[in-house]
Design a protein around this ligand. Structure first.
Ligand code: AMP
Length: 125
């Protein structure tokens, strides 16, 4: 499957759609989820065009993958989430219900999250 340049996160990266940026550097962008499921719900994406976790883990350089996850941890810590705990989720492909085909992780926290709840649809727990 080829990367779809018209996905919503590609448009955000090109500045065609606004976002509430939490953190940005040369490699990644973190912004608030438009439909937050928890008091803090941040999406973190690489700027390069990876479709999903499988693509990122397979084709990303060790430096890129390392930088990405280091920043996920740093962003969560800067939000104060490390004290109470938080959830990091990525949906990979149709069986997981991935909606946007640009790799992203959800950082969710700020409240007790029900066992088994998903990044989308807390009712799934
Ligand atoms: P997923 O099911 O993992 O692909 O989740 C995609 C996420 O992107 C959902 O939680 C949506 O609420 C979120 N989302 C979709 N469009 C936007 C947008 N324009 N800005 C911020 N978040 C978005």
């Amino acid at each position: 499957m080829a990367y779809d340049d018209e996905n919503i996160f590609a448009k955000i990266l090109r500045g065609e759609i606004p976002n509430a940026t939490v953190y940005e550097d040369e490699g990644i962008l973190a912004f608030n989820d438009i439909q937050p499921k928890t008091p803090v719900h941040i999406l973190v994406i690489p700027k390069r065009p990876y479709i999903d976790m499988d693509d990122f883990a397979t084709n990303g350089s060790p430096e890129e993958v390392g930088h990405f996850f280091q920043k996920v941890g740093e962003i969560a810590r800067n939000q104060g989430l490390h004290e109470g705990g938080y959830r990091v989720v990525t949906n990979n492909g149709p069986n997981a219900g991935q909606l946007v085909p640009h790799f992203h992780v959800h950082i969710m926290g700020g409240q007790k999250i029900k066992e088994g709840s998903m990044a989308r649809g807390m009712e799934a727990s």
